[in-house]
Design a protein around this ligand. Structure first.
Ligand SMILES: Nc1ncnc2c1ncn2[C@@H]1O[C@H](COP(=O)(O)OP(=O)(O)O)[C@@H](O)[C@H]1O
Ligand SMILES: [Mg+2]
Length: 146
């Protein structure tokens, strides 16, 4: 959890890579990708295959959860997906929204609370703060140029 550029995706990708090296079935997806797979799984073979892969995963990284507002139907799909898997699958999620703001993104407080309950169940929260690495990298780039 933390603002943009502090290394959330970097850390999540590293954890995912470590899990793969240890022989686990681990997948890194953005929330947009997950939502698209859930929407298209009955219509395209690619989405259906990816859905099956995800349901058999040991670890799923959902990057940038709740970055954008989600339509009700998609929010329900996401809830059902996580509800079906959370007892047996590990999740790493990254977000720049405080859980209290999730209800706004989902436009539904009950659904947001239910989703949070599943995701925060036995979870560890890593709060990242500080300056954006992106801006730091940019600054170094300009200093080099001058
Ligand atoms: N610990 C780190 N040391 C150096 N660079 C980092 C570190 N963590 C992240 N970065 C770099 O900073 C940039 C932003 O990181 P990212 O993980 O995309 O941030 P976030 O997902 O929090 O917005 C990326 O280019 C990433 O490679
Ligand atoms: Mg990110």
């Amino acid at each position: 959890m933390g603002p943009s550029g502090v290394g959330k995706s970097f850390l999540a990708a590293g954890l995912c890579a470590d899990a793969i090296h240890k022989g686990y079935k681990a997948y890194f997806r953005t929330m947009e990708e997950i939502i698209s797979v859930l929407k298209m799984r009955d219509f395209t073979r690619t989405a259906s295959a990816d859905y099956k892969r995800l349901t058999k995963a040991n670890l799923i990284v959902i990057d940038d959860i709740m970055l954008f507002p989600v339509q009700k139907e998609q929010a329900v799909n996401l809830f059902n997906f996580i509800n079906q898997l959370y007892e047996n699958t590990s999740f790493v999620i990254t977000t720049n929204k405080m859980p209290a703001d999730w209800a706004k993104m989902l436009d539904d407080e009950v659904l947001a609370t239910a989703l949070l309950g599943r995701l925060l169940f036995r979870c560890e929260i890593i709060n990242l703060s500080g300056k954006s690495y992106r801006m730091k990298n940019r600054k170094a780039f300009f200093e080099q140029e001058n």
